[in-house]
Design a protein around this ligand. Structure first.
Ligand code: RNT
Ligand code: ZN
Length: 416
């Protein structure tokens, strides 16, 4: 134990906070690391695959992006070695390992993901999964599960069912349930006349996908809403109201992405409302800047508010924490490390709140004391506790991790 930590422990103890309990709790919380930060959401279904269509966009051309599955896995390993704790892999279907075979997405089985499942198994990591409703000829017009053409809808329904089965198989092998998250780009750039029919078709498509029997103990379905996207500025079929109502009615997970709401709207206040009525929540921790720009997550007020709500509400057991950002303008491994460490730091900060004092102040109507405590808590020595967590997990505590990233950049990324 460092002198810094011992002193921090005492300062927190004076506020009734047990730093050891906070560290033990943090150690049990997995963050689902999104594979798509490593190659700008390209995937490897064909050589030179790149993100297309789909209402999302990665911007920047920082050198060194992963060009193959092997490179992506090596990069993930490098990032994971700089992130304290035991985490999960969040995989998109477009990262299938096709080994040169021609198989379309509606025919994917666990075989195309076995190398990923084994990769996770070797690292003792769980896996989460995502059907890919973009970067595909049948998604070129920006419509998938709500498409007016029944044949196109059929293809994407089959893809959704396939993904749930793949996730369940991964969960079975890895001994940990997988979340399968449904996000589709469907919407329109300009004003639609008919807002109703696409939503009716989406509801029917989802009903078919979820009717396929997949063990709920292995696979958890989540649905992700969005306010608007690139090319879907005027109308998004899968809006917040649509999916929230769907998730409540069908008792699925609701996925809250921090970049998918009005810029002045934050996720913090939504959590304790939604968890009244859905079984579990999936978070896409992200940082929207003006539009859903998927900037790297920071230890900022909105992220801290999310984690405070999860911790205060006792919701850790019902909340799956995933990351969703894809910045191509900076070192991609550093992006993973900064975003994940910031998420963990936000969680630690929430776990170190003077909860008992705050609750007492509020319950006794002492709002002055409550406000004072909030402010005092902000300058408590969080950094020393974070450093202790990193040290115990054998991960560089301070900015030393950046040296490792720089070295990897010179030795590996610069040669790509
Ligand atoms: C898009 C959604 C979705 C994607 C990933 C790649 O707006 O946020 O979660 O970012 O599935
Ligand atoms: Zn998302």
């Amino acid at each position: 134990m460092s002198a810094n930590y011992t002193s921090a422990l005492e300062q927190y103890a004076a506020l009734g906070v047990d730093t050891e309990a906070a560290l033990a709790a943090l150690d049990t919380i997995p963050i689902s690391l999104h594979c798509w930060q490593g190659d700008d959401v390209g995937g490897f279904e064909k050589p030179g695959a790149a993100l297309s269509g789909g209402g999302i966009q990665a911007t920047g051309n920082y050198p060194g992006k992963a060009r193959t599955l092997a490179e992506l896995r090596a990069d993930l390993d490098r990032a994971l070695s700089l992130i304290p704790g035991k985490h999960r892999l969040n995989l998109h279907a477009c990262y299938a390992d096709l080994a040169g075979k021609k198989i379309d997405r509606n025919e994917y089985t666990a075989d195309q993901f076995q190398s990923w499942i084994s990769w996770c198994g070797e690292r003792n990591m769980g896996m989460d999964f995502n059907p890919s409703y973009f970067s595909h000829p049948l998604a070129d017009d920006g419509l998938t599960l709500s498409h007016p053409d029944a044949a196109v809808r059929r293809f994407w329904i089959e893809h959704g069912i396939a993904c749930r089965q793949i996730a369940a198989e991964a969960a079975r092998q890895l001994g940990s349930p997988a979340v399968t998250n449904f996000w589709i780009p469907d919407g329109s750039k300009d004003l639609p006349y008919d807002r109703k029919s696409p939503r009716e078709r989406l509801a029917a498509s989802l009903d078919e996908i979820f009717a396929a029997p997949v063990d709920r103990a292995l696979n958890l379905d989540a649905v992700e809403s969005k306010l608007f996207g690139i090319g879907s500025e005027s109308y998004v079929v899968g809006s917040h109201e649509f999916y929230l109502a769907y998730a409540v009615k069908h008792q699925r997970l609701y996925c809250l992405d921090a970049g998918h709401f009005h810029p002045t709207e934050h996720l913090g206040d939504k959590i304790s409302s939604i968890l009244q009525f859905v079984p579990e929540l999936l978070l896409h921790v992200s940082r929207g800047v003006r539009w859903d720009s998927d900037h790297v997550v920071l230890f900022d007020d909105p992220t801290r508010a999310i984690m405070e709500e999860v911790v205060r509400g006792g919701f850790l057991g019902r909340t799956h924490i995933g990351l969703d950002f894809f910045d191509a303008s900076i070192n991609r491994i550093a992006a993973w490390v900064i975003g994940t460490r910031s998420t963990l730091k936000s969680l630690l900060s929430a776990l170190l709140e003077p909860a008992a004092l705050l609750r007492d102040a509020e319950q006794s109507g002492d709002n002055t004391l409550r406000l004072a405590l909030f402010e005092e808590a902000k300058t408590m020595p969080l950094g020393a506790v974070w450093e202790e967590f990193c040290n115990r997990r054998n991960v560089p505590a301070g900015p030393a991790w950046m040296k490792e990233v720089k070295r990897y950049e010179t030795d590996v990324l610069a040669k790509r």
